[in-house]
Write a protein that binds this ligand. Structure first.
Ligand SMILES: Cc1cc2nc3c(=O)[nH]c(=O)nc-3n(C[C@H](O)[C@H](O)[C@H](O)COP(=O)(O)OP(=O)(O)OC[C@H]3O[C@@H](n4cnc5c(N)ncnc54)[C@H](O)[C@@H]3O)c2cc1C
Length: 270
């Protein structure tokens, strides 16, 4: 059996299987950045889904990790929002991406943070910590979200203030967005909090939900299965605590095959 060697260009730059080209890179902190890739014409996905992306490892095999697509399904390019783990097998390399570099992308999108996994209601809560905002960066730009819900509450918790910047900048840009601004109108509300650095609103989202602070800050009733739907994307601890809060409020977990009242996905393993 012969092993297939990579196709090479005239400059001997290897063309990777399923490779896409980096079109922009933005660094937010020393451990957070975003980048955009060309999108394969054949790639269809639902806003909120994730794919496997990566780089060729030193052993010549693709080193792939799950990544939420942060751009909406209608975007011509693909956007990702990434952690930089200093000794992380993938992100220790990925953080050095430059425009023109290639990234491997396996075009098989999957995930539970999709609008189809929830039954219709009045209000949608997005609950994210850290890079868990990535799937919501996609969903917040999907006109379908605003057609299905009267009100969308984007809750994002990080340790430090500058870790909110990616989400804050995105939300700020949406009201005047020529493509989806008119769908959003005044339906999108943003509720950022920090747990370590001083900021206008401090605390874990689970605490702020449980003690009624979030509801009183936003002038909303307590979580209710009739009116509210919840999408959760954070650490395993946050996800478990949020699941308990949703269940206590009478919401049941949904999936692609059985839509219900809340859905949850890990922002990372570990
Ligand atoms: C469904 C799913 C979607 C994901 N989407 C994203 C995404 O959109 N953006 C993203 O940056 N990562 C995402 N991840 C995590 C991603 O798959 C990798 O873990 C991450 O890129 C680090 O890869 P690595 O090889 O450098 O280190 P790994 O060996 O994968 O991770 C090393 C350690 O770093 C920590 N870690 C990893 N990822 C994160 C993170 N995102 N935030 C905080 N700590 C982390 C964990 O403690 C982990 O054990 C997702 C994971 C899953 C399961």
């Amino acid at each position: 059996m012969t092993e297939q060697s990579p196709v090479t260009t005239e400059k001997a730059k290897p063309v990777l299987p399923d490779a896409q080209t980096v079109t922009s890179v933005t660094h937010y902190t020393d451990h957070l950045f975003s980048f955009r890739l060309t999108r394969p014409q054949s790639l269809r996905f639902r806003s909120g889904e994730f794919v496997m992306i990566g780089l060729m490892g030193d052993n010549g095999k693709p080193l792939l990790r799950a990544y939420s697509i942060a751009s909406p399904s209608w975007d011509e390019e693909l956007e990702f929002y990434s952690i930089k783990v200093q000794d992380g097998p993938l992100t220790s390399k990925l953080q050095h991406l430059k425009v023109g570099d290639q990234v491997i992308l396996r075009p098989k999108p999957v995930g539970t943070l999709v609008l189809d996994a929830l039954l219709p209601a009045k209000r949608m809560y997005f609950i994210a910590t850290g890079t868990g905002i990535a799937p919501f960066a996609s969903l917040m730009r999907d006109p379908d979200l605003y057609e299905r819900y009267d009100e969308v509450i984007m809750c994002h918790t990080t340790r430090e203030v500058d870790e909110l910047k990616y989400g804050a900048d995105l939300v700020a840009s949406l009201a005047d967005d020529p493509l989806i601004g008119e769908f959003i109108g005044d339906k999108l509300r943003y509720y950022p909090t920090t747990t370590r650095e001083e900021s206008p609103k401090m605390g874990r989202m689970t605490t702020l939900l449980k003690d009624g602070t979030l509801a009183s800050d936003l002038g909303l009733p307590p979580l209710n299965s009739e009116t509210d739907r919840v999408m959760i994307c954070g650490s395993i601890g946050l996800n478990n605590d949020m699941k308990a809060i949703c269940e206590a409020a009478g919401l049941t977990e949904g999936s692609n095959s059985s839509p219900a009242e809340y859905v949850v996905e890990k922002a990372f393993v570990g």
